[in-house]
Design a protein around this ligand. Sequence first.
Ligand SMILES: NC(=O)C1=CN([C@@H]2O[C@H](COP(=O)(O)OP(=O)(O)OC[C@H]3O[C@@H](n4cnc5c(N)ncnc54)[C@H](OP(=O)(O)O)[C@@H]3O)[C@@H](O)[C@H]2O)C=CC1
Ligand SMILES: O=C(O)[C@@H]1CCC=N1
Length: 271
Amino acid sequence: MKVLVIGAGNMGLTYAEGMSKSKLLKKKNIMVLDSSEEKLKELNEMAHFDAFKKLEECVPQADIIFIAVKPYHANALFETIKPLVHSDQILISIMAGVTIDAIKTHTGLNKIVRAMPNLPAKVGKGLTSYTSSKEVSRIELLTVESLLDTTGKSIRVRDENFIDASTGISGSGPAYVFYFMQSMMEAALQMGFSKEVSSVLVSETFTGAVELFNQNNLSPNSWMDRVASKGGTTQAALDSMDDNNVSELIKEAAFAAFERAVELGKEENYA
Ligand SMILES: NC(=O)C1=CN([C@@H]2O[C@H](COP(=O)(O)OP(=O)(O)OC[C@H]3O[C@@H](n4cnc5c(N)ncnc54)[C@H](OP(=O)(O)O)[C@@H]3O)[C@@H](O)[C@H]2O)C=CC1
Ligand SMILES: O=C(O)[C@@H]1CCC=N1
């Protein structure tokens, strides 16, 4: 089996590296293509897969084509690969918003997997949701799943609406966590801690809290209760968040990402 990754940015390169480390595929069976000259130079220096510049040299020999370019590059790319593809190929897209129907129409392919990963894939802690067109067989889906799992965990969802929804939760979600971390680090700096100490205070707090959550069967609300003493410091912070409607604002933000994913799919030029 040969896999071609098109677009060697944050996510594409992460998947190519995940697949190569997993030993699922030999080096000669992982092909990576990027349009940027600078990126190609980097790719050529990496020993664990073959780098390509021209689509015609790699698209026809791929069994699985993994598309990891930005949505606004999708249409131009689809147009160029259309004459090079053949109906047995499976196309996996991780592009936000780009629908299975649009991919079918613009590439002529029918075996489509739409997936939504997230950036922790870079350290093997990614979460990828995926769904597929009916033309992808069960056995093919198992192969796809094993490829997605090379960067962390995967979850199969019922339909594309849940891909857009998971974009609002897990796909964009790491940025919400970083937003929270950034604010806490700024508060620590204002309290007089150095940058280094602020960073340790905040990152260890996040790591520890997530570890507690993962190792037990309690809801975040129950954990909040265990941190907060009646009339104490945590309650003062939680009251301040409630007074400022922070919970509702976070939900609104997640829905804004979800709605943007749906909207991107309708625009079809993904601008
Ligand atoms: N970043 C994230 O956290 C997540 C991203 N995604 C999705 O993943 C996709 C990729 O995002 P990300 O990795 O961040 O993007 P990047 O910009 O990091 O990577 C995309 C790469 O593709 C190259 N490229 C553009 N057009 C073509 C083309 N026609 N042929 C080959 N290569 C091309 C780009 O080159 P150049 O820079 O020269 O344009 C760039 O190197 C997006 O569609 C996004 O929606 C999904 C979940 C999470
Ligand atoms: O911001 C974006 O559109 C992409 C999809 C999810 C994360 N990054």
